[in-house]
Design a protein around this ligand. Structure first.
Ligand SMILES: Cc1cc2nc3c(=O)[nH]c(=O)nc-3n(C[C@H](O)[C@H](O)[C@H](O)COP(=O)(O)OP(=O)(O)OC[C@H]3O[C@@H](n4cnc5c(N)ncnc54)[C@H](O)[C@@H]3O)c2cc1C
Length: 333
């Protein structure tokens, strides 16, 4: 269901907004809904609609829905905010600069958007293995999304899933329904995924768990034919015959394009927030997985909540700006 930015046409449009929301995941939609309810003119710019949920299957822990397909949840989020007239653009913001007391953002298509406040809800970007063969075979056996690509491996003799988190577990479980054999390769001795997901993988008869092991090379001619792996404890190297490699090693922050504003991040690159999701840059707020808040517990519900709080923060900030401009006011709200 991945709705990624396709072929780009230059738009060169100019849009004015109260709040510019960067992102298309749960945090961005949470921020958009609450911004709209505060009667702020909100614009959402999302490189992909859905964010990480594009890689998820069924969601079972979002209150009010015992089970819902991630794609359906995303569709509902979007429909809900659009019912308030929020503009959702599918594009990537490539730069955000100061303009007066506010901001001006430029997108990849050339659209300029000015805003009094910005909410950064850009989530995390995929990690790559960085081994020989990985780049060459993307789309020819190398995949970063089990949910999207598992069905292509129906009746495959063997595939490998690399990783030890929730995505890797979900990927291995799903792939075990398609491929005859699944190697689940993890560089550590134990998984950091939710125990319930680990148990599910262990219950599958055709998943071989390969711990303390890294992939050192992806091999093939026209498409993937195998991988080289090395056991980190024994140093033993071996080759596994697989036609698919699913790299599910998680995500990392990428705030490079807004760093020029002096945005403060922690040692791992997560945006530091305080209070109502304020960053150290006046008028800029952050929400969701990209923040340093509640590390180790990043979920749809926490992202939506942070988005809502960020919108509240932006509202207070914009109201404060208005008061400052009112003669005789101290600007305190
Ligand atoms: C496989 C998988 C399964 C999961 N299952 C669950 C589950 O069952 N329950 C649960 O609660 N959570 C689950 N999660 C976690 C949950 O999906 C995340 O916590 C949540 O999506 C984070 O939301 P977010 O909005 O902060 O970021 P993301 O979802 O990462 O969204 C970030 C968005 O920002 C966009 N973006 C990035 N840079 C730019 C830019 N420069 N300009 C414009 N847009 C940009 C991206 O395209 C994306 O749309 C799962 C995650 C994965 C990967």
């Amino acid at each position: 269901m991945s709705l990624r930015l396709g072929a780009l046409k230059r738009a060169e449009e100019k849009i004015s907004s109260d709040v510019l929301i960067l992102g298309g995941g749960p945090a961005a939609f949470g921020a958009a809904l609450y911004s709209a309810r505060y009667r702020l003119n909100a614009v959402v710019v999302a490189e992909s609609i859905g964010g990480q949920l594009n890689n998820a299957g069924e969601i079972e822990n979002y209150l009010g829905f015992e089970r819902i397909q991630a794609s359906e949840l995303v569709g509902r989020f979007k429909k809900h905010v659009e019912s308030y007239g929020v503009k959702v653009l599918q594009d990537r913001v490539i730069e955000v600069k100061r303009e007066g007391e506010g901001f001006i953002a430029t997108t990849r298509r050339g659209t300029k958007i000015d805003a009094k406040a910005v909410i950064v809800a850009i989530g995390l970007k995929r990690r790559v293995l960085g081994v020989p063969g990985e780049r060459e075979f993307v789309g020819r056996g190398v995949s970063y999304c089990s949910i999207c690509d598992a069905a292509f491996f129906k009746d495959a003799e063997a595939v490998a899933v690399v990783g030890g988190g929730d995505s890797a577990m979900e990927g291995a479980s799903l792939l075990s329904n398609f491929a005859k054999k699944v190697y689940l390769i993890h560089r550590r001795g134990e998984f950091r995924a939710q125990p319930i997901l680990v148990e599910e993988v262990k219950s599958k008869g055709n998943v071989e768990i390969v711990l303390d092991t890294v992939v050192t090379e992806i091999m093939g001619t026209k498409s993937v034919e195998g991988i080289k792996v090395r056991n980190l404890k024994t140093g033993e190297e071996r080759e596994l015959r697989v036609s698919g490699v699913f790299i599910e090693i998680g995500f990392e922050p990428d705030t490079q394009f807004i760093k020029s504003l002096g945005l403060e991040t922690d040692d791992y690159g997560f945006i530091k927030v305080h209070g109502y999701m304020e960053t150290n840059v006046k008028g800029m707020f952050a929400a969701g997985d990209i923040t340093d808040l509640w590390r180790g517990f990043r979920q749809v519900v926490t992202s939506v909540a942070q988005g809502a709080v960020a919108a509240h923060g932006a509202y207070r900030y914009i109201e404060g700006m208005k008061l400052k401009k009112t003669p005789g006011s101290t600007g305190q709200s």
